[in-house]
Design a protein around this ligand. Structure first.
Ligand code: FMN
Length: 224
């Protein structure tokens, strides 16, 4: 009988121990970090191209710091040369700079039938240097400058002389171009080259105001 009681007590103790072990296992499982959810939340979206920030140190292409290395600089009294300059800039992927007179030319000033008009007097005086009104131009960073102007009395307007004397063309290839009623570019290029005293000057070319984009393109391609 004693034996039976001992065996029963031993069985009871074993059962109690087994129950404790199961509780400890459950606790361990409950205190573990929760598993990651099966569906993760979407990664944050990359900004759209237009929202992407500028890389550090790079400015947009048309800002002063990020400008191109080709420039079209031009003077135009009545808009004809301006139109050609804009086409050249588009084809050559160039910056544009307009040379303006501090005192703009009026219709009377441009009257070439009047020997006393401002333009006639200026063209008759090789030392005339009309004042420039546009912001001074720093050519550093430019390797090529297309230089445009109208023909006045067979050559460049004197304001072009003011302009080339105010610039340093060191390291720059200068390509003169002009518009006119019918006259050629004449000695305008060599005149300005002598006054500038720097730069590599190519032969210039005369265009009519209605020159086609295709003709301008083949001229530009032919310069390379
Ligand atoms: C004062 C003056 C003188 C000009 N002299 C000539 C000339 O000698 N030969 C010519 O073919 N055209 C001459 N022209 C016409 C201009 O060269 C032509 O209209 C040019 O395309 C005007 O360009 P712009 O509109 O850019 O100023 C003259 C025009 C002016 C105002």
């Amino acid at each position: 009988m004693k034996k039976t009681i001992c065996v029963m007590l031993a069985v009871l103790m074993l059962c109690a121990l087994a129950a404790c072990g199961a509780g400890a296992q459950r606790e361990t499982a409950e205190t573990q970090a929760p598993a990651a959810p099966a569906v993760s939340s979407p990664a944050p979206e990359a900004p759209a191209p237009s929202e992407a920030p500028e890389p550090a140190g790079q400015a947009p292409a048309d800002s002063a710091e990020g400008r191109r290395d080709v420039l079209v600089a031009y003077f135009s009294a009545t808009g004809t040369t301006k139109g050609v300059a804009e086409k050249i800039a588009a084809i050559a992927d160039a910056d544009l700079y307009e040379i303006t007179a501090a005192e703009p030319y009026s219709a009377d000033d441009l009257n070439y039938n009047d020997r006393n008009s401002r333009s006639t007097k200026e063209q008759n005086d090789k030392s005339a240097r009309p004042e420039i009104g546009s912001e001074p131009l720093d050519l550093s960073g430019y390797t090529t400058v297309y230089l445009g102007f109208p023909i006045w009395w067979g050559e460049e307007p004197r304001i072009m002389d003011s302009f080339v004397e105010s610039c340093s063309f060191d390291g720059v290839t200068v390509i003169p171009f002009c518009t006119s009623g019918s006259s050629g570019i004449g000695r305008s290029g060599p005149n300005m080259e002598a006054l500038a005293g720097s730069g590599t000057w190519l032969d210039g070319k005369r265009f009519s105001g209605s020159v086609s984009e295709a003709d301008l393109r083949s001229w530009i391609e032919g310069l390379k």
